[in-house]
Design a binder for this molecule. Structure first.
Ligand SMILES: Nc1ncnc2c1ncn2[C@@H]1O[C@H](COP(=O)(O)OP(=O)(O)OP(=O)(O)O)[C@@H](O)[C@H]1O
Ligand SMILES: [Mg+2]
Length: 376
């Protein structure tokens, strides 16, 4: 009770306190950031700022209790305020992701609607516009990107970065890409349990030397399952581009995909809807449009969901052929397909800029189970 109330005396007392998981006492290991004291006619006041790197409530509570106990022994009844901030340090592993400005997932609840085609053509168009672009093919059960870029059969090389061995992504048409297809034979169905698929994605994300990127596009498998969740747990996804075809059966599935992104625990902004296979155009009379799957389904869906309509892509033989020949159709200058992809790409860029202006960066999601525990 006799000690003088000042910063030095408080520091001496706090040197007897430690925090679980950190070496040394809280003064010397930097947990205590600031100590303020005040004595006036209204009484004595202490304010302490502390920073811990664990979100565990019991660790914070113990620190507060230990500080209170230590102070009350020597200073008696003093008005004490303790501000504990939690700052989780960025892991070394995650640092390279900081060099990727925008991560865009290309998704759909439905299979075969053209996710991989849209991803490949968006990527080559972005690269043509001068952006640094990469594709991460997360369809570990049916990877399409090597075929669409004509790089199947290639084997990514490795290089040393510091003391770590990193994979050099495959590059084609100005786009870096990584796919499980480079590690499995094309005729080999990749039959994996969910956990193996997740660890393959994790490795492709963190063990690839992506370098600086303006856009990383993620080609997702169809549906709203484990892989989609695993991608959003591994990467802070900036936004999602959702692909549909105009017919009702596709629309219903695509709505589920949008609902997944909008779910409050996931919270990935939907940048907009792309309608693929909007109408059939025969090569010999490109002005004729046949709406074989119905008309404007994607546009109505976008209106209904309150998201942007990013554009439509006709059903043309050259899109399929270009995909199969490893040179995305958007690279064929002055064709209706190239123009359609150019417009869609501009809209995606615009929606991304809008999103980045209006919303904070997306956090990686942490899935919470029913007991309220965080599953990493
Ligand atoms: N606009 C189009 N015109 C003609 N063919 C197209 C068009 N879009 C996609 N295709 C063809 O349709 C097939 C399915 O497309 P794609 O593989 O891109 O779909 P996906 O949604 O990625 O499929 P999955 O769900 O299996 O991943 C491919 O053969 C592709 O070349
Ligand atoms: Mg695909």
């Amino acid at each position: 009770m006799s000690k003088k109330l000042n910063k030095e005396n408080i520091q001496e007392l706090l040197k007897n306190i430690s925090v679980q998981g950190k070496n040394g006492n809280v003064v010397e290991n930097g947990v205590i950031k600031d100590i303020k004291t005040k004595s006036d006619i209204f009484g004595k006041k202490i304010e302490i700022d502390a920073v811990i790197d664990s979100p565990a409530v019991h660790i914070r509570k113990k620190l507060e209790d230990d500080i209170m106990e230590a102070l009350s022994k020597d200073f008696g009844d003093v008005d004490t305020k303790i501000n504990v901030k939690v700052v989780i340090p960025e892991s070394e592993k995650e640092k390279p992701l900081k060099k990727i400005k925008n991560i865009i997932a290309v998704a759909s609840g439905k299979g075969g609607v053209g996710k991989s085609t849209v991803t490949a053509n968006l990527a080559t168009t972005l690269a043509k516009m001068g952006f640094k672009v990469a594709i991460l093919d997360t369809d570990v059960y049916g990877p399409s990107i090597p075929l669409m870029f004509g790089t199947q059969g290639e084997r990514p090389r490795a290089k040393k970065v510091g003391d770590k061995t990193m994979i050099i992504p495959i590059e084609a048409h100005g786009v870096k890409n990584m796919s499980i297809g480079y590690f499995a034979r094309p005729d080999q169905a990749v039959i994996w349990r969910g956990s193996m698929a997740n660890s393959a994605i994790n490795q492709m994300v963190f063990d690839t030397d992506w370098g600086e990127l303006d856009f990383m596009l993620i080609d997702l498998p169809p549906g709203t399952g484990d892989i989609q969740l695993s991608v959003m747990q591994t990467l802070p996804v900036t936004g999602a581009v959702v692909v549909t075809t105009p017919q009702n059966v596709a629309i219903a599935d695509v709505k589920k995909s949008v609902d997944m992104f909008k779910n409050p625990t996931i919270n990935v902004p939907v940048l907009g809807i792309v309608e693929n296979m909007s109408y059939f155009t025969p090569a010999e009379c490109p002005e004729n449009k046949y709406y074989i799957f119905g008309k404007d389904g994607g546009k109505y869906l976008a209106e209904d969901l309150g998201v942007a309509f990013l554009g439509e892509i006709p059903l043309v033989q050259s899109v399929r052929e270009a995909g199969d020949f490893g040179r995305p159709a958007a690279l064929q200058e002055n064709t209706p397909t190239q123009k359609a992809f150019e417009q869609i790409t501009k809209n995606v860029v615009e929606e991304t800029i809008k999103r980045n202006k209006t919303l904070p960066p997306t956090e990686k999601i942490q899935i919470t189970n029913q007991a309220g525990c965080s599953v990493k």
